[in-house]
Design a protein around this ligand. Structure first.
Ligand code: NAD
Length: 248
């Protein structure tokens, strides 16, 4: 019997932190992963080389998800290279934390552009291909902060809540075309983003986590692996929270 062709994934911000864990997990499952990055080409190439040495298949693609033309270019490159695109993981995200009083209009737009508009631009670029194929998996990496809000993160929380509404609307639009759209909402995960949080603030945050520790990036990747699986076709418009019980 002919083996099925390997699946192809695009993971934005796929070269570090949670994105690198998603790239690694999918690549080890035999998926061709196109990992996006905005800067630090060296880190992206190192990850691709490391996984390549294990026999996995990872290519790296520079681009700004906040620029629609970059999203279109990267998706066109991926389609030219692999001839297909099955999974899109919108993981790229930034924070610019300030209280609303101190937040500038630019601080607001900078975060919304990457975290929310970026997911829209990437989705626009892949959608016709997925619906035409009758199969696709879109996973948007939101946050527990999109569920609960947080002091100093009005822009970030709005972008992450925005992903819920975006995903649920799109999920309804493409449900009959074999394309599912879901969110994963991480709690506090041990990455560079959380390393920037002062130690005493972190200790306070941890007190609210029933599991009693930070999450690991590969625990987020696990939820993504689950959602992109062929057998997850009945899960759409859902949010999987991976947060150590934070929101109970
Ligand atoms: P990180 O800062 O380590 O990684 C973010 C990635 O996004 C980087 O690879 C970066 O290159 C990429 N990126 C940023 N701006 C970009 C742009 N304009 N265009 C393309 N790529 C861009 O952060 P992380 O902790 O790995 O976070 C990954 C995702 O998970 C983010 O969406 C974040 O909001 C979300 N998240 C993280 C946590 C956490 O505790 N770390 C919790 C909840 C949600």
């Amino acid at each position: 019997d002919a083996q099925p062709e390997p699946r192809v994934a695009v993971v934005t911000g796929g070269a570090r932190g949670i994105g690198a864990a998603i790239t690694t997990a999918l690549a080890r499952d035999g998926v061709h992963v196109a990992a996006g990055y905005s800067s630090n080409a060296k880190a992206a190439e190192d990850l691709a080389e490391k996984l390549g040495a294990e026999g996995a298949s990872v290519s790296v693609h520079q681009g700004n998800v906040g620029a629609p033309e970059d999203c279109e270019r990267v998706v066109a490159d991926v389609l030219e290279r692999y001839g297909r695109l099955d999974y899109l993981v919108n993981n790229a995200g930034i924070t610019v934390d300030k209280t609303v009083r101190k937040m500038t209009v630019d601080d607001w737009h900078a975060v919304l552009r990457v975290n929310l508009s970026g997911a829209f631009y990437m989705t626009k670029a892949v959608l016709d291909h997925m619906t035409g194929n009758g199969f696709g998996r879109i996973v948007n990496i939101s946050s527990v902060v999109g569920e609960s809000g947080a002091v100093g993160q009005a822009n970030y929380a709005a972008s992450k809540s925005g992903l819920f509404g975006f995903s649920k609307s799109l999920a309804q639009e493409v449900a009959r075309k074999g394309v599912t759209v879901n969110c994963v909402a991480p709690g506090y995960i041990e990455t560079e983003m959380v390393a920037a949080v002062p130690e005493e603030v972190l200790q306070k945050l941890l007190k609210g986590v029933p599991v009693g520790r930070l999450g690991q990036a590969d625990e987020i990747a696990r939820a993504v692996q689950f959602l992109v699986d062929e057998r997850a076709g009945y899960i759409t418009g859902s949010v999987i929270s991976v947060n150590g019980g934070l929101d109970m």
